[in-house]
Ligand binder design. Structure first.
Ligand code: SAM
Ligand code: SF4
Length: 321
């Protein structure tokens, strides 16, 4: 078991398979000039598997593949297949913008993927095009429809931004049409957009949601995320929930580490501090060294964000949101 100095069990690893992306969402990346990690620095699928075999043996039970855009990396289905074969790994999921999902959903499910989260922060085609800087909403919706056919649990990530994606009504309509869990997520100050103009406190979103009720409790969410207030429109197949990384930190219950695509373990999304584990993977994976670095990382995991925390440094797409 991996237990940190604050008594938290660390059993969840988010793995960024690439820092590249086919979109440039306003809340995640600058429009231009996003530095790219050199190809040679990106972990191979074999290296990711070698790391995870040790991590699972030490107590990791949940793995989420993310990025950048994980489906933009060639052969990600083969990575899913490798990871799904690791004994004791209980949950394997993926976060995607959905653009390439329609063509890969079936293969991902067959390879052993259990769940999918799709980032769609506006259901208006023009607004979607603007905030993603060029994305076609229809492609993401095709991905969502394919995912709903293949997976029992599909969640939709909505980053709430002032004046852009702060109208929850269209997303409630989505829960009437599809068995998805919509998660309204507070904008985190890790994005390139000036947070004072983008951030909407979740209390405000909840007030807007209340006006659209009545709702009923929808029970616990599948997975190990920090979603709360899970509700549904009576009779609707889908549900919605809120995630409040800013107004209500969930650091005390944090169970996760992140592996960046260039082989660094990030101990907390919002606090700088990474451990280089690539050195234990090259030239050949060294399981004993991986184990040591993993335990060292868990021991160094900070309590969480505190006032005055310096949240600059690597962006969401580089760390693996
Ligand atoms: N490309 C995939 C996607 O868009 O879902 C996976 C990587 S993306 C970094 C993972 C998630 O991070 C997105 O779904 C989005 O919900 C979230 N995200 C990105 N920037 C954010 C921000 N500034 N605040 C809150 N969430 C953010
Ligand atoms: Fe790409 Fe996802 Fe970041 Fe949007 S949120 S730019 S889709 S990595």
């Amino acid at each position: 078991m991996l237990i940190d100095t604050f008594g938290r069990t660390i059993d969840y690893l988010r793995v960024s398979v690439t820092d590249r992306c086919n979109l440039r969402c306003e809340y995640c990346m600058p429009e231009e000039g996003m530095p790219r990690l050199p190809h040679a620095n990106i972990l191979t699928y074999e290296e990711i598997e070698a790391f995870l075999r040790v991590a699972v043996a030490e107590g990791v039970r949940h793995v989420r593949l993310t990025g950048g855009e994980p489906l933009a990396r060639l052969g990600v289905v083969s990575l899913v297949e490798k990871l799904a074969a690791i004994p004791d790994l209980e949950d394997l999921s993926l976060t995607t913008n959905g653009l390439l999902l329609a063509g890969q959903s079936e293969a991902l499910r067959a390879a052993g993927l259990k769940r999918v989260n799709i980032g769609i922060s506006s259901l208006d085609p023009d607004t979607y095009h603007t905030i993603t800087r060029g994305g076609a909403l229809q492609e993401a919706m095709n991905g969502l429809e394919a995912a709903v056919k293949c997976f029992r649990t599909v969640k939709v990530n909505v980053v709430v931004m002032q004046g852009i994606s702060d109208t929850p009504a269209p997303f409630l309509e989505l829960t009437r049409r599809y068995p998805v869990e919509v998660r309204f997520i507070e904008y985190m100050p890790i994005g390139p957009k000036d947070s004072s103009s983008a951030y909407v406190p979740m209390g405000e979103v909840l007030r807007r949601l209340e006006a659209l009720g009545p709702f009923e409790a929808a029970g616990d969410s599948v997975g190990n995320g920090p979603a709360n207030h899970r509700l549904r429109i009576p009779g609707a197949p889908g549900s919605f929930a809120t995630i409040t990384p800013v107004s209500e930190h969930f650091c005390a219950a944090c169970s996760r580490l992140r592996l960046t695509s260039d082989g660094h373990l990030r101990l907390c999304l919002l606090v700088r501090g990474e451990v280089d584990v690539k050195s234990a993977l090259r030239p050949q994976p060294d399981p004993e060294r991986i184990r040591e670095l993993l335990h060292q990382s868990v021991a160094a995991k900070p309590a969480g964000i505190a006032q005055g925390t310096d949240v600059r440094g690597r962006g969401m797409s580089q760390i693996g949101g």
